[in-house]
Design a protein around this ligand. Structure first.
Ligand SMILES: Nc1ncnc2c1ncn2[C@@H]1O[C@H](COP(=O)(O)OP(=O)(O)OP(=O)(O)O)[C@@H](O)[C@H]1O
Ligand SMILES: [Mg+2]
Length: 249
């Protein structure tokens, strides 16, 4: 019997010491779907992602992850400074025990796909631009072909052209490989472009999901007009206005 791949989060709460950070969070991420979590800074988004990825110990509630494999791409690229581009990308393959020749071949292929050039292969992180580091970080997360990807604001420091390029690549991979993503972003337009569901996390008094929006329209058909219209609709929603403390005058 084939296992249904999904991430099920049930009534999860979390505190750091005496500060309550998250309260009663529940959602389900299914195979091939993208869920975005948006919300103001300090609301507990990264904490939630870390709990889901088992980078933090779960205290209350349940998280059931039946995806076959997962990987994480952090907001900062977090590359190993003593390893070159190819060795950084191939880290996960090395951990799986793949032979050196084979993992280098795969790392090079994905590096090219992610817009790095042959000249960059043997550079060390200190000699890369911020955008190049982000490409390496993405390639490293995807080279092992995970079925679930955790992304913590991966595009926030990038210029708009690069952001669009990496978003398009991500959409292609979602479609081709039925990749599932739990995606943290501050950017509503980005969330609308990439997601099947957007969860709004409100920080006050404790981080909780105040609303969820579903988007059924096919992702490849979401042009600028669609994204602008939906963003405008969300921005006029009372819960969004309150959550982000927007002043509409
Ligand atoms: N290891 C920790 N120990 C104590 N408090 C922490 C720890 N990690 C996070 N916090 C606190 O938890 C709260 C939520 O932090 P978190 O990083 O999850 O927010 P966020 O929504 O990701 O914010 P941002 O959008 O700025 O990245 C903050 O008040 C933060 O200070
Ligand atoms: Mg964060």
């Amino acid at each position: 019997m084939e296992i249904i791949e999904e991430l099920k989060v049930l009534n999860v709460s979390h505190s750091f010491g005496f500060s309550d950070i998250l309260k009663d969070i529940s959602f389900t991420l299914k195979k091939g779907k993208v869920i975005s979590i948006v919300g103001p800074s300090g609301g507990g988004k990264t904490t939630l992602l870390h709990l889901c990825a088992k980078l933090l110990t779960l205290e209350m509630g349940k998280i059931k992850n039946s995806f076959k494999s997962s990987s994480f791409a952090f907001q900062e690229a977090r590359l190993l400074p003593w390893k070159n581009v190819i060795d950084n990308i191939a880290l996960g393959l090395k951990a799986q025990g793949m032979a050196k020749d084979k993992r280098e071949k795969e790392a090079k292929e994905i590096a090219l796909k992610f817009g790095l050039e042959k000249d960059d292969f043997y550079k060390f992180p200190k000699d890369l631009s911020g955008g190049m580091k982000q490409r390496v970080s993405f390639a490293r997360a995807l080279v092992t072909n995970p079925t679930l990807l955790f992304l913590d604001e991966p595009f926030s420091a990038l210029d708009i052209g690069l952001k669009k390029e990496l978003q398009a690549l991500l959409l292609q991979i979602i479609e081709e490989k039925e990749l599932s993503i739990l995606f943290i972003t501050h950017d509503l337009m980005e969330a609308i472009k990439l997601s099947d569901e957007v969860l709004v996390l409100k920080a006050e008094p404790v981080g909780h999901i105040i609303k969820s929006f579903m988007f059924n329209y096919h992702k490849n058909l979401r042009d600028n007009t669609f994204v602008y219209e939906q963003t405008a609709k969300l921005l006029s929603d009372e819960t969004i206005i309150n959550t982000f403390e927007l002043e509409l005058k």
